[in-house]
Structure formats: structure tokens, C-alpha cells
Design a protein around this ligand. Sequence first.
Ligand code: HPA
Length: 241
Amino acid sequence: MLAFIGGTGLTRIEGLTLRKQHAITTRFGEASAPVAEGELNGAPVLFLARHGDPHVRLPHQVNYRANMLALKEAGATEIVAVNAVGGISVDTGALVLPEQIIDYTWGRDGTFFDDPDEPLVHVDFSWPFDAALRERLKGALAAAGAPWVDGGCYAATQGPRLETAAEIRRLEQDGNTIVGMTGMPEAVLARELQLPYAMLSLVVNPAAGKADREITMAEIEAVLHGGMARVRAVLAALAAH
Ligand code: HPA
């Protein structure tokens, strides 16, 4: 079953006919919220609010292992993760289907394979996003008439503060095109669980130093509102395919 993880600005999906709520406690603790199971455009789907509903867990406080395991236990077979991001070389308002990630986070529980009694596993993560799922997302973006940017690299930063202008310059030199706080370890945990995973990002502000003004929550929220309406249309189109 197709599952969606909603980030900032997407704690619920309108049009989702709710059938069941899975309140799952995993061996790593509780997920951010119950996993909602329902129908979107006639197709069965799962939905999880990454930060909880209401939005309470900061990016570094999210229990990513519990979230991903809860989705798997609820029956997820593939995951589309939605993120609000800053634009390094992408304009505000754009939807992005990144192709790569660089992980700058620290101190997060980033693996399921840390039990000394289990065999050591190093997962391949050369291409963090599932190619087939990305192709289907492109079809859904086209069907929804939403212009998007294909590819680029997502920098996962620790947060919750935004970056300095110098940090953004460094991230740009590293090849990153967008920056967010939640892509890791979520993406690698999906890989460890062998769940195809792709990311759909909405650029909600120019990254630090990319515009001559402060980044305000009011500015971010104004973009989130209209942008997440486009994201919902894309998810509905994806479910219908
Ligand atoms: N930086 C990091 N994460 C973000 C940003 C940003 O500028 N905007 C939204 N999430």
C-alpha cells in the first residue's frame, strides 16, 4: 500500500476517507501519530504526520525509527515523503523531486541494525530514492499540472535553527540545491526496511543569504498554504494511477 509522510504544512490530507487509525507502538517506541489508513481517489493509502498532529516534534526529536517501522507494520509497501525546504538554487514555490541527499545531521538514531546480536549490515545507498517511484511521481506531477524541478540534491541539516549564510554557501559548494531538516535518517531507514522511498519537496523560502532579508515564519507559511494544495493534488493523482 502506498504511504505518505506529511511534513510541515501537511498534517492531514483533505479528500482522504478515513477507514482506520493504527496506533502502533514499535520496539523503538511510539510513532509521531497514529498511522491513518483510508482511501484517496478510490485507492487505499496510508498517511503519517511526521511531526505529529498537532505539529509537536521538532526535526531532531522525531522518532524516525518508530515512524518507519509503524508504516511498515501498518502495511506500507512504498513511501512518498513530503518536505518543506529552503531553496539554495531553486526558486521559492517550486516543487522538487530530488535525486540525491547529503546528510549533515548528527546524533540521530540512523539504523535498525545496531543490535550486537544481529549480523552487521551496510545497506547500499548510492541512489537514495527509488527510480520507479520517482517516475510515477513525475507522471502525477504532469497530471496535476504542477511544474516541478527534476533532480538536485537535498542537504539534511540538524535544525531546528535555520542555517547561516556561510553554511548555505558551503552546502552549495557541496552540490546541494535544497535544504531541509527531516530527510535523514528517514530515507535510509526506508532503505533498510527495503521500502521504495521518494521525496517530494516544496521550496518555502530562499535559503539563508539567498535573499536580502530575514527568513520569517510568516513568509514560509504564506508559501506553504498554496504549495501544499498543489502537493495534495499531486498525491491524489499518484494514488489514482
Ligand atoms: N533550511 C532548512 N530547513 C528548512 C528551510 C531552510 O531554509 N526551510 C524549510 N525547511
